[in-house]
Design a protein around this ligand. Structure first.
Ligand SMILES: Nc1nc2c(ncn2[C@@H]2O[C@H](COP(=O)(O)OP(=O)(O)OP(=O)(O)O)[C@@H](O)[C@H]2O)c(=O)[nH]1
Ligand SMILES: [Mg+2]
Length: 458
């Protein structure tokens, strides 16, 4: 539990422009952990290296130094920066593990202010920066707060077409045998919830992102708890719910899940953020195929709809965060040649267009860019019969050196013909090796930082 003195101090810091909380949002595997690790790493090196030329405070040599600080919320585990770094620095270099639980990190950035108001307070100033990391799956539960059990159930059943119909067959067979009005059968509910979880896991393996409820696939400390033992059923919302029936218990558990799990997560971690970065990996689904690509687009759209920033938005109604800037970043830009970065940004703009419009309407500043938190390739040119061709070079996860032109990134949402041509080749590479005395290689993390905190370091 945060103590009151700390709360008051946080409040004073925030009001003096010396504290900022950044919500790092993104679906699973979007690159949140890599981004937070790189951001911390880059800032820790920024006073001694020229690694952040696009961040004014660093370019103008006003950065004095950065250090990790004890976080204020003692109930949340510390972000595993050292663990992530030791994986990136190992031989061969490895990517950090997928995130299984929520964690937090706080940095103090000491700098020489330019602003007269800050100068009056002293020759140096400190900005405290809070970041949290969590499994991307948990984010998908936000839209669930706006639906009752009947609405959620029906939305889930509507999804069961095509690939999802096939993957969910065992679940559909199991649920068909359940009598909703009969007295609750806990064991049956547990069994069917497991079938539903297996279906969600199969969706993930097939590259589909819209997987709800998020805790079913990554339960954290709730593994095995009855609050995770519900599933969507088809029923008429007018239907009379018999006390202590299977249906009554499903409804109650869903409600508990909304209140005790989802709402609690957002309340503790998203209630007070000031700025948001939304990380999107457009490339991986482009590689898997149309289903995965449009599934991800719809996941992002639904998510951003719930994040609606204006006063009418769900989060605003629940917790009133004072968000004033949002940055959309296409991650893993080092997977394409630099001439494709422009296309990557236009594709991202198209993907997030609805969210962008809403936010613009509510006067929130927004921007789109492409970035690589930790680069895994080097770009260059190779000679071909047709002349010089842009290419990237890296080491695959199995240790093979590889040079390739991964393909053109479509500027717009791809037409059906795109998928027939198999336009894009996404290969996973090891991160580039660095010494433990130099910062990680990145592309435009400094531009992201300038947008997110540049003004706070003026
Ligand atoms: N080439 C390249 N690959 C990246 C970069 N960032 C992330 N990746 C790849 O994407 C994978 C997922 O990145 P994470 O940072 O773990 O993603 P996450 O959003 O934290 O994922 P969850 O914890 O599962 O929600 C990594 O294991 C890398 O393979 C990047 O900047 N460049
Ligand atoms: Mg992660």
């Amino acid at each position: 539990m945060k103590n009151i003195a700390q709360d008051v101090q946080d409040f004073l810091h925030r009001s003096r422009d010396s504290h900022v909380r950044i919500a790092v949002t993104g679906l699973s595997r979007a690159g949140k952990t890599a981004f937070i690790t790189s951001l911390v790493n880059q800032l820790l090196y920024s006073a001694t290296h020229d690694n952040l030329p696009l961040l004014s405070v660093a370019r103008e040599r006003r950065m004095i130094g950065a250090k990790r600080e004890p976080q204020t919320n003692l109930m949340v585990p510390r972000f595993g920066y050292d663990e992530a770094m030791s994986q990136l620095l190992s031989t061969p270099p490895q990517w950090p593990e997928p995130t299984r639980d929520v964690s937090e990190i706080r940095l103090a950035l000491k700098y020489k202010p330019q602003k007269t108001s800050k100068k009056l307070l002293g020759k140096t100033a400190t900005l405290h920066l809070d970041l949290i990391d969590y499994p991307g799956e948990w984010l998908l539960d936000l839209p669930l707060l706006e639906m009752d059990f009947a609405t959620w159930s029906s939305a889930q059943w509507t999804l069961l077409t095509g690939k999802r119909a096939e993957l969910s067959q065992p679940f559909q067979d199991a649920v068909a045998k359940l009598d909703l009005d009969a007295e609750v059968d806990e064991a049956a509910l547990e069994r069917i919830a497991q079938c539903f979880t297996d279906y969600l896991l199969a969706c993930k393996t097939a590259g589909l992102h819209w997987v709800q409820p998020g805790r079913f696939v990554l339960p954290g400390e709730l593994a095995g708890a009855p609050v995770l033992q519900f599933f969507p059923v088809t029923f008429d919302s007018e239907r009379k719910v018999i006390k202590n029936s299977n249906l009554a218990v499903l409804i109650a558990r869903y409600k508990q899940y909304q209140d005790k799990v989802v709402k609690a997560f957002y309340k503790h971690h998203f209630a007070t953020f000031d700025r948001q970065i939304v990380l999107v990996d457009c490339l991986q689904p482009l590689n898997i195929g149309a289903d995965a690509f449009f599934d991800m687009r719809s996941a992002i759209e639904q998510l951003m709809r719930s994040f609606r920033y204006g006063r009418s938005g769900l989060l605003s109604r629940l917790f009133a965060p004072k968000i004033d800037k949002v940055l959309f970043a296409a991650t893993k830009a080092d997977h394409v040649t630099p001439d494709q970065h422009g296309n990557l940004v236009s594709l991202l703009q198209q993907m997030v267009h609805p969210a962008w419009q809403t936010a613009a309407f509510d006067n929130i500043e927004m921007n789109c860019m492409s970035m690589a938190s930790v680069t895994a390739t080097q770009s260059g040119f190779i000679a071909t019969k047709a002349g010089q061709q842009a290419a990237i070079q890296g080491t695959t996860l199995t240790g093979e050196p590889l040079t390739l032109f991964p393909g053109e990134v479509p500027k717009r949402l791809p037409e059906p013909s795109y998928w027939q041509q198999h336009g894009f080749e996404f290969v996973s590479f090891q991160p580039l090796a660095v010494e433990d005395t130099t910062p990680l290689n990145h592309i435009r993390v400094d531009k992201a930082l300038e947008y997110l905190i540049g003004d706070k370091l003026a």
